[in-house]
Write a protein of this length. Structure first.
Length: 391
């Protein structure tokens, strides 16, 4: 339990760390340091303060949380950019194949980026989207890349990464995983499952802050040959030679694109400090305990809510969803009473379980408040039906 290391408003039970993690208290001092470096060092900070090395330094710290080797992960840009990069690289590894396989539980950004990329590549490429439980049945010798998010953002349903990667390889396909709802939530072992590519964000369970940069992983044996597609200046072998022709940097460095967001990376650095003495296996065990308790409490207290997540905790990530036709209004009523989760269309109320700052008392209290809202129909208020831009 690391609750003392986070700023959490009084009277709030925060069950939305699966969407945006809270502010680490140490981030303020780290941001002050970065601000002072900017103020005092100006452009010399790129060398003197080590700003240019931040993406690799942070990548190595994330690597240990996702079962990756040193120097196989790099941080920078947005998750959408990294999805584009990784998928393009995967497609170029299989030039004779035409199909990207994904599922309808994938986050829409990944599907949108895939659609846009396929339109621009000038080959007869297509995106096949199937139900999550049907992915294995559609892996055949037409598939170039299997592109999946390990944990379904709506229900928490978790794919078997090792088994599906193995099956993809048996069919000659590249395996690409989005770890947005996995990194910092559950053990991931990219090296053991032998996946070629992975991407993820740092603003959810890693608590890097709104807009925190994404990361990308390339299997080490492929890193010197992978095609970065987005040939950014900082992915060049010698950026300050200012060559007119692109020469990719060695290994994972070639997957850099734009200028590192130094201030945002300073916040992420402070957030990652919290993980230095934390076992991801302990976090996973505790998140299962918390989510199981929550499911039990809600089903006992609120029988008119329907569990949308897998009942078996081994088959879900660190989030739980319930459905109800008035899900949006119910969530707004909860937020108004200090329990923050979120809503996912069409009818799901979603709760994240983050043991770094949640305990069983929080879980029981949240269920009690939810029971009151349901029993007394407190959600039935026109104010709670007004849809905000972010749900």
């Amino acid at each position: 339990m690391k609750k003392h290391l986070f700023h959490l408003p009084d009277g709030v039970i925060y069950l939305d760390g699966n969407s945006l993690g809270p502010l680490p208290i140490a981030a303020a001092a780290r941001l002050d340091q970065a601000r002072d470096e900017w103020a005092d060092l100006l452009i010399t900070g790129w060398n003197k303060a080590g700003w240019m090395a931040q993406p690799q330094r942070l990548g190595n710290r994330i690597a240990r949380l996702i079962g990756a080797a040193d120097n196989s992960v790099i941080v920078g840009d947005t998750l959408s950019i990294k999805v584009f990069q990784a998928l393009a690289a995967g497609l170029n590894m299989r030039p004779g194949r035409q199909v990207v396989l994904s599922d309808n539980g994938n986050f829409p950004t990944d599907l949108y980026m895939a659609e846009g990329l396929l339109r621009t590549m000038g080959r007869d490429l297509s995106l096949k989207v199937v139900d999550p439980e049907d992915v294995a049945d559609h892996l055949d010798d037409s598939i170039a890349v299997m592109m999946l998010t390990e944990v379904d953002y709506r229900t928490g349903r978790k794919h078997d990464m090792a088994a599906l990667t193995r099956l993809a390889h048996e069919n000659g396909a590249v395996a690409m995983w989005d770890l947005a709802h996995s990194a910092g939530a559950l053990p991931v072992d990219l090296a053991a499952c032998n996946a070629e590519l992975a991407v993820g964000c740092t603003y959810k369970y890693l608590n890097g802050g709104p807009g925190a940069p994404a990361f990308i992983y390339v299997r080490p044996d492929l890193a010197d040959s992978v095609d970065p597609a987005l040939a950014g200046w900082l992915g060049h072998q010698a950026p300050f030679a200012f060559d007119l022709d692109y020469r990719p940097a060695e290994a994972i460095g070639r997957m850099r694109v734009g200028t590192p967001p130094v201030l945002q990376m300073a916040t992420l650095e402070a957030a990652l400090d919290i993980w230095d003495d934390v076992s991801i296996h302990d976090v996973r065990a505790r998140s299962i305990t918390l989510s199981e308790r929550f499911i039990s409490e809600v089903e006992t207290r609120c029988p008119n809510l329907t569990l949308a997540s897998p009942r078996n905790p081994d088959e879900r990530g660190s989030q739980v969803s319930f459905t109800h036709p008035e899900g949006y209004a119910i969530m707004q009523a909860l937020i108004a009473r200090g329990v923050i989760g979120d809503f996912r269309a069409p009818d799901a109320i979603r709760f994240g379980f983050t043991p770094l700052y949640l305990d069983e008392a929080d879980i029981v209290k949240a269920a009690e408040i939810l029971e009151q809202i349901m029993t007394e129909s407190l959600w039935d208020n026109p104010t709670y039906r007004v849809r905000a831009a972010v749900t």
